[in-house]
Design a protein around this ligand. Sequence first.
Ligand SMILES: [Fe+2]
Length: 182
Amino acid sequence: MSEDSLRAWYRDSIEEHPEELHQTDPPEFLTQEEVFVKTGVTYWREEKYNDEERLKELKEEGGYKSSDFLEIRGEVGTENMERMSYKEHLHEDSEIRMVTAGSIFFEVRSCDGRWIRLHLREGDLINLPPGIYHRGALDKGDYCKLYRLFLDISEWKAFYPPEADTLPVRIQYQKEMGFLAS
Ligand SMILES: [Fe+2]
């Protein structure tokens, strides 16, 4: 773990042009701790993000079965962007991503229903808990390479609202976060 340098803010409500910052006026920034309390998302900086040995270590330490790299590039609004799931979704496993080149926006739904935007750059690593609604978009740099860690890639699937609202993993997440009475 190193310094708290997560760049996070509440997103405005304009859906077009996800490559823009989408800050409110005035901006409502959040600290790493506030993001954790509102979403359960953990974050840290990894200095050796391009060191193969360190990547192997991260995988072993966490007990992850699979890992890969995902490269996303191309003009915003093109086919590439669509492959990137700007569509809100959730998974039954944690989504763990580290930026190894470029930068990207991740958006996570907070306990109050608002989108929190995380602007991730090289060396930023996030862990999204199972059951959290999220989506991602490239910024104006139009390029990002992500290192992905999976507990079980064979089960890796996206579920979309409103159908996903009633999945056990969604209910469990909401209970753990205190959105629902347990
Ligand atoms: Fe996802």
